[in-house]
Design a protein around this ligand. Structure first.
Ligand code: ATP
Length: 394
């Protein structure tokens, strides 16, 4: 029977600790193959400075390119939503029906194993192998093993020398421009330097500060707080769906910029766009602020990024064929932290699972309310409804 090791992680970035572990596992367990599986989005962690899926995959490939038994797999990166190990195991069982699986996890993960999604099923699907991450951790691992043995005997603690390295520490150092050559494989270090990954972006931080002050002055306190929350939620969704989190932050902060302006002023900005609006929009002043803000961004703030402009422009009405950033801002607005309508938790979960499903439930809700209140529905919203709810081609 083929023995396949599975080593999953965020690998943000992959470091010498991971490689050491992989080498040792291959040897000690005498594996035929070892799959390195970067997670799309880590279920156990907050993903603040998560490098893109593509970059993390590339770094893993560089790190393991001289190890013939190792395959770097994009299985989890291709799957939408959070990466749960049980989904990966079930997929691999189909691909390799006759293999025996060994799941490798660090000591920290082993000790919190019961928090994993469907951990009992994970225990039934693979032998769980662990090793210490810190000196002196073995007694705690043994205690965790004894506790977990009530569910399964397929648990192994391997005595492997400890390399106390973590991706978090590396990111902190890189953020400050410190040298990490002792902690990273050389090719990975070069890759990070070439692309300027994990470095502090002072220019972006300055812009965020400037825009925060601007909206603090333009918006009522509750609206200001809402904008901060939408920016946070938009960054979270950007990480989840591989979108640019800086653009998401800016669009989230500024989406309601014109909300508290007088209607005439909103109309003034809105008309500057040159867009020919359908009549239903003119009859509903609550829809103007998105269109107005997009022009304000372009003209007053010199934000030329069309993606950001469109995400702000369509955040109230939606439209057909929305970009990922447009959907993110539309949905972050409806599911930001302070929202308390009865189904908000359900909607949040749907959005976290799939943006298109999120659009569907949100449009059903919005259009349903408009119908109930006998309000007109503008053409862009109809087109979005037909696409995301009715399944019509965009
Ligand atoms: P972070 O610091 O961002 O939490 P990390 O260094 O733990 O990252 P992950 O990608 O989360 O890296 O790790 C993947 C797996 O490798 C996890 O099971 C983790 O426990 C384990 N691991 C990471 N670094 C080490 C190490 N130095 N020694 C042993 N195991 C490790």
């Amino acid at each position: 029977m083929k023995k396949i090791g599975i080593f999953g992680g965020t690998f943000n970035p992959i470091h010498k600790g991971h490689i050491h572990l992989a080498q040792q596992y291959l040897k000690v367990l005498d594996l035929d193959e070892l799959l390195i599986i970067p997670a799309k989005y880590p279920p156990h962690k907050q993903a603040h400075d998560l490098a893109s899926s593509e970059d993390r995959l590339n770094m893993c490939k560089l790190a393991f390119r001289d190890m013939p038994k190792v395959t770097v797999s994009d299985l989890e990166l291709k799957r939408p939503g959070k990466s749960f190990t049980i989904d990966t195991l079930e997929e691999l069982q189909k691909q390799y029906p006759d293999a025996r699986f060994y799941l490798m996890i660090g000591g920290d993960m082993f000790r919190s194993f019961e928090e994993w999604h469907r951990f009992r099923d994970v225990l039934c699907s693979a032998t769980i192998c662990t090793a210490a991450r810190e000196e002196g951790e073995y007694p705690q691992l043994e205690k965790a093993r004894q506790h977990l043995s009530q569910y399964s005997e397929n648990l192994m603690i391997l005595k492997i020398s400890v390399l106390e390295i973590s991706s978090t520490k590396i990111r902190e150092k890189l953020f400050c421009g410190e040298d990490c050559s002792a902690l990273l494989p050389e090719e990975v270090e070069h890759y990070i330097m070439e692309r300027n990954l994990y470095r502090r972006d002072l220019e972006h931080e300055k812009k965020v500060e400037q825009y925060t002050q601007l909206i603090r002055g333009l918006l009522k306190p509750e609206r200001f707080q809402h904008s901060l929350n939408v920016a946070q939620r938009a960054m979270y969704l950007a990480d989840l769906y591989g979108e640019d989190r800086k653009k998401a932050e800016i669009a989230g902060l500024l989406h309601d910029l014109c909300k508290n302006m007088q209607p005439q002023e909103q109309l003034h900005w809105m008309k500057k766009s040159g867009i020919i609006f359908d009549k239903t929009i003119f009859s509903q002043p609550q829809l103007w602020h998105g269109f107005a803000a997009a022009e304000y961004l372009r003209e007053e703030l010199s934000i030329d990024d069309v993606q950001i402009q469109n995400a702000v422009r369509y955040h109230t009405v939606g439209r057909a064929n929305m970009s990922t950033l447009e959907k993110i801002i539309y949905l972050a607005d409806l599911t930001s932290q302070e929202r308390t309508y009865p189904s908000v938790e359900e909607v949040r979960k749907t959005v976290d699972r799939s943006l298109d499903d999120g659009m569907k439930v949100s449009l059903l809700f919005t259009v349903g309310n408009l119908l109930k209140n006998e309000k007109p529905i503008c053409m862009d919203t109809c087109a979005a409804y037909n696409q995301y709810v009715g399944g019509a081609e965009g």
